[in-house]
Ligand binder design. Structure first.
Ligand SMILES: NC(=O)C1=CN([C@@H]2O[C@H](COP(=O)(O)OP(=O)(O)OC[C@H]3O[C@@H](n4cnc5c(N)ncnc54)[C@H](OP(=O)(O)O)[C@@H]3O)[C@@H](O)[C@H]2O)C=CC1
Ligand SMILES: C[C@H]1O[C@H](OP(=O)(O)OP(=O)(O)OC[C@H]2O[C@@H](n3cnc4c(=O)[nH]c(N)nc43)[C@H](O)[C@@H]2O)[C@@H](O)[C@@H](O)C1=O
Length: 361
């Protein structure tokens, strides 16, 4: 990639897209094209076609998607399959039509079967039934992999699919209903500590930045306590407790978003589709897992966050909420063999994200 190549980063304000833009700029790439969702709705085929015709990007990072945690995936099932299929169909097809030199499609490790052998190798795709809570999203992501693979085989394009594990970092989503576990627990634990410390300035400032169910920092103490308790952050006789969804037993692997962005930029710069094809007689499972190869239970994650935040209160487990897949650890051999390894460990990442979040509230 020349420093002046025109590069389109779809989803540039999101968790991963913002980290990709930061990474590219730090390396001197200066001809970036970005559009907000409002400026360009990627589900709109005509608008995407016009955009590619006008801009003619040479490289495309497809980091725009409908994204959310386990409950959002399970609740907005139609939106997750429809919007993701539309976004990726439009962007991948127009990239072919307008002769994009290389495209990177971001999927997710939820493409693997619910009871997949661990760690999950790329070859385990489509070998068994998916986890139900995120099946629509996973099916859209599998369609994206197969679309890239099929366009490469039929039309000779150079489209690469990467499957990230659970990600976290600056510009994460801290909405308690829709977010993933790590930002949700950072926010809930920080609020639990503030309740115990009677730090109303912190609580008001947090709610002013991101109201919960319409309740912001100017609401009464009683209203605030009520809405926090609806989300499992409770003060009982000066002792706080924070709710963890499910049993706390599922294990997850977490990758810092700036490491993820670095992997994306590395693959875009250094690798081509042919590098990830194992068997040229039957070209399958050409995607690449992106992760750390290390996992941790949700209960252990909560303890780590409590240590970082200095929270001394309790955790309670709400088993009416879903656990989802019990284990989804990626096999990162292919990624490591392609020449990339993660740098940021979980303790460092949690501390950085907590500091980032505090600075924002
Ligand atoms: N976060 C995670 O833990 C994981 C994420 N992934 C994948 O990584 C990729 C990036 O995810 P992440 O950064 O977390 O997502 P975010 O939700 O943080 O960002 C998504 C971005 O997509 C844009 N977007 C969404 N819908 C549209 C649309 N219809 N038209 C135009 N833009 C749209 C948003 O634009 P705007 O800001 O303007 O609203 C936003 O910038 C996705 O493909 C996701 O599936 C995979 C595994 C884990
Ligand atoms: C990245 C991946 O993310 C989604 O899958 P997931 O890994 O199950 O996502 P999650 O982060 O929401 O939950 C992880 C675990 O944590 C538990 N958990 C505890 N307490 C909270 C909590 O407060 N919030 C959330 N969200 N989860 C909690 C929760 O019950 C689950 O056991 C996919 O749908 C799909 O989007 C995808 O690709």
């Amino acid at each position: 990639m020349d420093k002046s190549s025109k590069i389109y980063v779809a989803g540039h304000r999101g968790l991963v897209g913002s980290a990709i833009v930061k990474n590219l700029k730090s390396r001197g790439y200066h001809n970036l094209v970005v559009k907000t969702h409002k400026e360009l709705d990627l589900t709109n085929t005509e608008a995407v076609s016009n955009f590619f015709k006008a801009e003619q990007p040479k490289y495309v990072f497809l980091a725009a998607a409908k994204v959310g945690g386990i409950v959002a995936n399970n609740t907005y099932r139609a939106d997750f399959i429809y919007e993701n299929l539309m976004i990726q169909n439009n962007v991948i097809h127009q990239s072919y039509v307008h002769k994009v030199e290389k495209l990177l499609f971001l999927g997710s490790t939820c493409i693997y079967p619910k009871n997949c052998p661990q760690p999950m190798k790329e070859d385990y795709l489509l070998t068994d039934t998916l986890e139900y809570t995120n099946e629509p999203y996973a099916i859209a992501k599998i369609a994206g992999i197969k679309m890239c693979e099929s366009y490469n085989l039929q039309y000779g394009t150079n489209f690469i699919s990467v499957m990230p594990t659970n990600l976290y970092g600056p510009n994460d989503n801290f909405d308690l209903e829709k977010s993933h576990v790590l930002p949700a627990l950072i926010r809930k634990v920080a609020l639990g500590k503030a309740l115990e410390d009677k730090n109303w300035d912190y609580i008001s400032s947090d709610l002013n930045k991101l109201p919960i169910k319409g309740v912001n920092g100017s609401a009464s103490e009683e209203e605030i306590k009520q809405v926090l308790s609806d989300f499992g952050v409770v003060l009982n006789q000066s002792k706080a407790s924070v709710e963890i969804w499910g049993t706390g037993k599922p294990k997850r692997e977490f990758l810092w978003s700036e490491d993820m962005a670095d992997a994306c930029v590395y693959i875009m710069r250094e690798r081509d589709f042919v590098d990830v094809v194992k068997d040229i007689k039957e070209v399958r499972n050409t995607h690449i897992n992106i992760g750390t190869g290390e996992d941790i239970s949700i209960a252990q994650l909560a303890d780590l966050i409590a240590t970082t935040v200095g929270y001394k209160g309790a955790f309670v487990f709400n088993t009416n909420k879903p656990d989802g897949t019990m284990k989804k650890l990626t096999d990162v051999t292919k990624l490591n063999n392609l020449g990339w390894k993660h740098k940021v460990n979980l303790e460092e990442g949690i501390a950085s994200l907590y500091n980032w979040y505090i600075a924002k509230t």
